[in-house]
Design a protein around this ligand. Structure first.
Ligand code: ZN
Length: 466
């Protein structure tokens, strides 16, 4: 029988002093369904970013820029030559980090990353952080294939993965899904080595190496590194990248269970996957033991693709989510559904890269701020977790009407703005999208206010002795 853990109120306020250095197990889930697997025939991408429970992850937008020939890009530990042009994009950014957990650009390139446990030792010299590679991919690529080229070239040259640093940044090897409207790839890395596999219809990845011998591209020295440092014995056959580099079981543990769950859910719905299916997967609390069971909606702390802190306050927690509903045929703009904190208790807000996203979404640092939507969702979640059985339905009811309105209004607007842009009225389209996003953020803020007040009152009532 499944254990439905209740989260003790005494522990949920615990957090790290330096969020980026929390030694919590990193977890994340990324998935993609190509047009041949979705209901609307378009590529749909999804990502849960799981981070330390109190590490703020605002949403930032950066405009396209042209750079002088000799200019440089300063990442946290590595400086590299800047590209001639960097593209307009939106990223979900841990507040301390140059890079992103997931994001999308003006060319409909979408990328999400995963921490992977490789057996390579930590390097002594600085490398690129996995999230920085993600941002570099968004800045420099117009297609998923270009993003693969950008990321793998940088991995070969500068490396990534575990390395010693005195900034308290927890480093790890990375896996990615990069997608565009017509194709998607899985990239998995270990140090300076990498492997790429093209996605066929729908797939999920998690914190477990998954690209075996079916790769399409591989780094030139992957085999010799696997033999020298990875203990790989088979010097002849096609390299099994996942087996050669993984430090831990690929069939047991949370990452393996979550990957089994997302792959089973997607596999069982090929042809019928839509944005709401992806939102439901991101909000799912199935423990993965029965990968094809119906969606599990009851809030629980352990397992599940939607992550909440463990009862002792430790563990990864879903800090932000994205469902990207791309468009290959030019009939509408892509719709990027973004959520702060737990997707099972929040709101997916439609974001348009072609408009100016409300600047308030980028607010948030190391400590609570009422001006930061992320921190307000964090507070709301902390309240719910004091009495999940009673408060979860109340919060979900609170969001249901607005979420329905957004799902109904976003796609007609995406069509209208596309038509305007096609007839050369870009400024009008931009204004329309910008106003729409601002209106929605105001509605979200009002609903958050109402819910925070209501929950505060209920919890205070509960605390008063009879
Ligand atoms: Zn949840």
């Amino acid at each position: 029988m499944r254990q439905n853990s209740t989260l003790p109120r005494s522990n949920i306020l615990q957090s790290c002093d330096t969020p980026q250095s929390c030694d919590t197990p990193q977890s994340c889930d990324t998935m993609v369904a190509l047009g041949n697997a979705t209901h609307n025939g378009q590529t749909i991408f999804a990502k849960n970013s799981d981070r330390p429970a109190a590490e703020c992850q605002p949403l930032v937008q950066r405009t396209a820029e042209v750079h002088a020939p000799s200019s440089l890009t300063q990442c946290q530990f590595v400086t590299l030559p800047q590209a001639a042009v960097t593209y307009r994009h939106v990223g979900s950014r841990p507040h301390w980090c140059w890079g992103y957990e997931h994001g999308f650009n003006e060319h409909q390139v979408v990328i999400g990353n995963e921490a992977l446990p490789s057996k390579l030792p930590a390097a002594d010299e600085p490398k690129l952080v996995g999230m920085e590679l993600l941002r570099l991919g968004l800045e420099r690529a117009r297609t998923a294939a270009e993003a693969v080229e950008v990321i793998t070239t940088l991995v070969t040259h500068y490396g990534q993965g575990k390395f010693a640093n005195d900034a308290g940044v927890r480093t790890y090897d990375n896996g990615y899904i990069v997608a565009d409207p017509s194709e998607a790839y899985v990239i998995e890395t270990a140090g300076h080595e990498w492997v790429v596999q093209r996605v066929q219809n729908a797939i999920g990845i998690s914190n477990v190496y998954s690209v075996e011998t079916g790769w399409d591209q591989i780094s030139p020295t992957a085999r010799q590194t696997a033999i020298a440092h990875g203990g790989w014995r088979d010097a002849d056959g096609r390299l099994n990248f996942a087996d050669a580099y993984t430090a831990s079981s690929r069939t047991e543990g949370s990452g393996a269970m979550r990957r089994a769950r997302s792959c089973a859910v997607l596999g069982g719905r090929v042809g019928g996957i839509d944005a709401q299916t992806m939102m439901a997967i991101l909000a799912d609390h199935g423990d993965g033991a029965t990968p094809d069971e119906p969606f599990q909606t009851q809030v629980r702390s352990s397992m599940g693709i939607c992550r909440h802190p463990e009862p002792d306050g430790s563990g990864g927690c879903t800090a932000a989510s994205l469902v990207a509903d791309l468009c290959a045929d030019g009939s509408r703009l892509p719709v990027y559904w973004c959520s702060f904190y737990s997707p099972c208790l929040g709101l997916f807000l439609p974001i348009f890269c072609e408009g100016t996203i409300p600047s308030i979404l980028a607010n948030g640092g190391a400590t609570f701020s009422n001006e930061s939507p992320w921190w307000r969702f964090h507070r709301l979640n902390q309240m719910v977790l004091q009495d999940p059985a009673r408060l979860t339905p109340l919060v979900r009811r609170g969001w249901a009407k607005l979420q329905r309105q957004l799902l109904e209004s976003a796609y007609p607007l995406a069509q209208e703005a596309r038509l305007l842009m096609d007839s050369g009225r870009d400024a009008e389209a931009k204004r329309l999208l910008t106003d729409y996003m601002m209106e929605n953020v105001l509605s979200m803020t009002q609903t958050t206010d109402l819910l925070l007040t209501e929950l505060t009152d209920l919890l205070e009532e509960e605390a008063v002795p009879a």
